[in-house]
Write a protein that binds this ligand. Structure first.
Ligand SMILES: [Zn+2]
Length: 117
């Protein structure tokens, strides 16, 4: 029962101040969106290092991961992070990322979805 919208319902851009904009970031692994603080930033710095940037202030190209350890593992094991940052991830960087992921402490880690396909 989709009625066509009357022409008068055309979207109008409101003038004046816009509603407060909360920057949304997307986890490169699970594609879930969250606000900036809900995700952890990984940065490819100008000297081509890949570092974790919890403060979100480092220069460079950033990618975001959420707090789920599985997302970090997937990002490390697959190409998603490397692709998001457009750089190969060095083995030692992967180790750092894994260490960081281990500190995320998802206390509810028994959340196993049957991801095998
Ligand atoms: Zn995620």
């Amino acid at each position: 029962m989709n009625q066509p919208q009357p022409a008068a319902a055309r979207r109008k851009r409101p003038k004046g101040p816009r509603p407060k904009h909360v920057p949304q970031r997307t986890c490169v692994s699970c594609r879930e969106k969250g606000d900036k603080r809900g995700l952890i930033r990984i940065v490819r710095t100008p000297d081509r290092a890949v570092v974790i940037d919890p403060g979100g202030k480092a220069n460079g190209r950033g990618a975001y991961l959420c707090h789920k350890t599985v997302c970090w593992e997937r990002a490390i094991e697959t190409q998603v992070l490397s692709r998001a940052l457009n750089i190969g991830i060095a083995d030692e960087t992967k180790i750092e990322l894994k260490k960081y992921a281990a500190t995320l402490g998802d206390s509810e880690s028994s959340d196993r979805t049957a991801a095998a396909s």
